[in-house]
Design a protein around this ligand. Structure first.
Ligand code: GAL
Ligand code: ZN
Length: 680
């Protein structure tokens, strides 16, 4: 089953036709057909065109446009157009403009200029959504609703009086009484006690560090405030246009929004991804983000809603994608569970802030490399159509908790260098290098099916989650827990008795004192004669008799003390890694629990630089994606016979000459393995 009523994989992009005359539209749809485009996202920033002033609507152009694309067999992902409120609305309600923590009201003239808690903005957005839904719910081109655009992009928080009032309402709901808020925020310290909710304000610019729980509650509130806005639009669409799926485009691993919570309100997940062509390791990060997108809906296919065919225009230096990279990175999203590849944007703008951003149809038109690549990719996606609906599943699980992420990065911690993404990346990279695919799980997720669960950091951890981890290990699971975990509870209060708090017994260790490592320095470690180096973070830990020391610190004040421990518990093991290591050293340690748990690579023996993933269809057919991210030609031996869908070639198994396949630099193969062979 596909995400929308469109068969096969989805291909297309944001089409912003309000920039062009209708003659250009006519040319556009012809070229779309030539490129194999089957889905366009229309109207993302069309509010001012749809509603020219407070008293009029103009749908005529959109009627003609939808009829035109439909006549060319192209389906529409219709946007609710609410991300950029028009000037007339802003001037009538200047209070809807967002305010920064310093009290600066952000002006009209860009986009995303709205306060999430503004009633005027919300009413106008809901009204526009209702008008669009009512008019187009039965249009035959409509297959998908695209709510708003990238919630939290540019503006993720607003400190205006309306937001302050909304925050107080949220706090009342969460805490009930002001006494409870005082307790939760620890306001006894620094004389921060409140007598009533009316005295509470958002964490605006203040003389020194703001109360950490206040900031943590603020982060929770900001994610919820934008989600409330999203749900208001979604409710209108569900009511008026039931049966048409609804999505909003996420921004990969984005700190400000708790996507576990958000994705519960999506019919499917879609993502915008802009890996940097100048970064030779960008594909590793991209893989990580795609794994999260797939995991948000427990493995269901997702949609790459936006990517750039070549360069973007918002980095200081915008490097284009060299030949082959666009194709490789597009197919990488499919390899990790996407059912389509869409772009920003269809036709390159000649005016406005993004006129230097690449597009499927570049300024040069159909003459150059860009257009050729657009057409070629469209044709290849058609060849891969049967992949749609199949699912990928990771072999290990990684825990990700937004609450903990927010709390970890609050101010005045032992080290400002402990950032979630910096902690996660070496763990992910180590698994990626080993060809071990992963799914992300929320702390309350179902761990049972994963032989290994990795928690690179769980700074904020409640006892219920700790109990579940304990049960997982007792039942035979292998848990690896990273440093500075089990530190605080949901109020960001320290768990007494020493870190890792509620995990102390399970891990068999207690932290006497965290020992951050100054920038530029390292601490030496020993793993069975192999020297490793910790950076940024180490801990003075004491292991109890149940925990074995696997790695020791060998230099500095922690010399000869335990650094990595393993405790056997029930049928499983619980590992504690007390320091921060680079990807290579993290991998040397992760190898131990991976081997113990019997976790293997998706395709063992892969040459360096080649990524392998497997999607499975309901009938048991497997699709093995092989992607060569390297600069050298690589030969891959195959253990099952099957067909490369891109070339139509039947491939033979074995390692002799003429068997397996050779991947050119940036080359890709998508190998169909019939159910009979796959089960063998
Ligand atoms: C996205 C945004 C698009 C476009 C694109 C450029 O963040 O949703 O509208 O601005 O970036 O890369
Ligand atoms: Zn506001």
């Amino acid at each position: 089953m596909n995400l929308t009523r469109v068969p096969g994989l989805l291909y297309g992009g944001d089409w912003n036709p309000e920039q062009w005359s209708e003659e250009v539209w006519a040319e556009d749809v012809k070229l779309m057909a030539e490129a194999g485009v089957n889905l366009v996202t229309v109207g993302v920033f069309s509010w001012a065109r749809l509603q020219p002033d407070a008293h009029s609507w103009d749908f005529g152009w959109l009627d003609r446009l939808l009829d035109l694309v439909h006549a060319h067999g192209i389906a529409v992902d219709l946007a609710t157009a609410t991300a950029s409120p028009p000037a007339w609305l802003v001037r009538a309600h200047p209070e809807l403009l967002p305010v920064t923590a310093d009290g600066v009201r952000l002006e009209f003239g860009s986009r995303q200029h709205y306060c999430p808690s503004s009633t005027a903005y919300r009413a106008a957005a809901v009204r526009l959504t209702r008008a669009l839904a009512t008019r187009y719910r039965d249009h035959p081109a409509l297959v998908l609703w695209h709510v708003h655009n990238e919630y939290g992009d540019h503006v993720e928080e607003c400190f205006c009086p309306a937001s302050a009032e909304d925050f107080r309402r949220w706090l009342r709901e969460r805490h009930g009484t002001v006494e409870e808020l005082n307790r939760s925020w620890g306001t006894a310290f620094w004389s921060q006690r409140y007598n009533s909710f009316d005295q509470v304000e958002p964490p605006r610019a203040a003389p020194g560090p703001v109360n950490p729980t206040q900031v943590l509650d603020w982060r929770r509130f900001c994610s919820d405030a934008l989600l409330a806005l999203h749900r208001a639009e979604k409710a209108v669409l569900d009511e008026i246009s039931p049966g048409v799926p609804v999505t909003t485009n996420f921004m990969s691993m984005f700190k400000a929004l708790d996507y576990w919570e958000w994705s519960r309100h999506e019919d499917f997940v879609s993502d915008d991804a802009y890996p940097d062509p100048a970064d030779p390791r960008a594909h590793v990060n991209a893989a990580m983000n795609y794994d999260l997108m797939r995991s948000l809906k427990a493995g269901r296919p997702w949609l790459l809603m936006e990517q750039a065919p070549s360069a973007v225009s918002w980095r200081p230096v915008n490097v284009p994608k060299r030949p082959g990279l666009y194709r490789l990175w597009s197919l990488q999203a499919l390899a990790r569970g996407a059912d389509g590849v869409l772009h920003f944007q269809w036709r390159a703008s000649v005016a406005g802030a993004e006129k230097f951003h690449s597009a499927m149809l570049p300024h040069r038109g159909t003459a150059g490399r860009g257009w050729r690549e657009t057409v070629t990719l469209g044709a290849e996606l058609r060849r891969l159509g049967e992949v749609a609906g199949s699912r990928m599943r990771g072999r290990a699980a990684v825990l990700l908790d937004w609450d903990s992420w927010w709390a970890l990065e609050l101010e005045d911690h032992p080290s400002a260098r402990m950032r979630w993404l910096d902690l996660l990346r070496p763990w992910y990279a180590a698994l990626y290098e080993r060809g071990v695919t992963v799914d992300f799980l929320p702390p309350g997720g179902d761990l049972a099916d994963y032989p290994v669960v990795l928690a690179p950091n769980l700074y904020l951890l409640d006892t219920a989650t700790a109990d579940r981890l304990d049960a997982y290990v007792r039942g035979g699971g292998h848990l690896v827990c990273g440093p500075f975990s089990g530190v605080t509870d949901r109020h960001d209060h320290i768990h007494p008795g020493g870190q890792p708090g509620p995990l102390r017994e399970l891990l068999g260790v207690v932290v006497d004192e965290p020992w951050p490592i100054p920038d530029g320095e390292t601490t030496a470690l020993d793993l069975d004669g192999v020297g490793l180096r910790a950076v940024r973070w180490s801990e003075w830990i004491e292991a109890d008799s149940a925990a074995e020391t696997i790695v020791r610190y060998t230099s500095g004040p922690l010399g000869n003390r335990p650094a990595v421990t393993r405790r056997r518990h029930g049928d499983g093991t619980a590992w504690y890694l007390s320091c921060h290591l680079d990807a290579a050293d993290t991998g040397r340690i992760l190898d131990l629990p991976l081997v113990e748990a019997g976790v293997e690579a998706e395709l063992p023996g892969l040459p360096e630089g080649v990524e392998a993933t497997r999607r499975r269809a309901a009938d048991g057919t497997a699709y093995l994606f092989l992607l060569n991210h390297g600069t050298l030609e690589r030969h891959v031996a195959l253990d099952r016979p099957g067909t490369d869908l891109l070339t139509g070639t039947d491939l033979l198994t074995g390692t002799a000459a003429g068997t397996g396949l050779t991947l050119a630099p940036l080359g890709v193969a998508v190998f169909r393995i019939p159910p009979t062979e796959e089960r063998a």
